[in-house]
Design a binder for this molecule. Sequence first.
Ligand SMILES: Nc1ncnc2c1ncn2[C@@H]1O[C@H](COP(=O)(O)OP(=O)(O)O)[C@@H](O)[C@H]1O
Ligand SMILES: [Mg+2]
Length: 255
Amino acid sequence: MTEPHILSVEGLTRRYGGVVAVDGLTFKVRRGTITALIGPNGAGKTTTLNVISGITPRSGGRVFLSGEDATDLRADQICRRGMARTFQTPQVFRSLTVRENLVVATMRLGTTSIAAAAFRTARLRKEEEGFRRSADEWLDWVGLAHCADRPIGSLSFGQVRMAEVARVLASKPDIILMDEPASGLSRAETQTLRSVLLRIRDAAITVLLVEHNMPFVMSTAEHVVVLDKGRFLAEGDPAAIQADAAVRNAYLGRG
Ligand SMILES: Nc1ncnc2c1ncn2[C@@H]1O[C@H](COP(=O)(O)OP(=O)(O)O)[C@@H](O)[C@H]1O
Ligand SMILES: [Mg+2]
């Protein structure tokens, strides 16, 4: 039987000098769900994503991917184990087209050697063609097929955010971590993001997102984990979390 939890975090701790950003945090993410990690500003949400994805070292605790110990793996090793990550500020090459951005991102994951790239071997050209087709499919997925040939720098903020999602999907992840994907989006763009996330989930890709936009979280995630001051505070479905007195207090206490 496969492990029902794609991600499991046990006693995760991250200190910055005297600041305990994440403090003995334990939670699990069930495979095939959209799970949200919420909490007041400074609760340790971004740090948690950074430690899980191998960007920041932990001070203590363990991380498991599909039941296998993935503690202290490097970001590229985590990536090869099927975890992808989007950032609050999308990581793109502004002068390249939208399609080229996706191709470059997938090529870095590929097997192409520098020599093959320099001589543009027949095999490489064939591989590139495959990357381009795959890029177009993912752009279609996020509603950006019509923008494939435009420089990514010419897109709106919301479109760049969706291109970032397409880029991450092109790496064929099993789980995607997103830090505040709805921040800075218009109401219409937030709706688009929501339907894309549901589509990702329906394609059996797990999503763990950090988000401030509560109406968005409550209408999109099926499971919510709440953090306060680096610690686990509560978890449950959106209705239970909205009714939870400790959760309300944590938010009200910080305005
Ligand atoms: N690189 C860092 N150096 C020092 N302190 C940090 C660093 N990153 C985060 N912190 C601190 O850790 C705490 C949690 O931050 P963060 O994970 O960004 O919270 P959140 O994403 O929930 O707003 C905050 O007190 C923050 O100031
Ligand atoms: Mg943050």
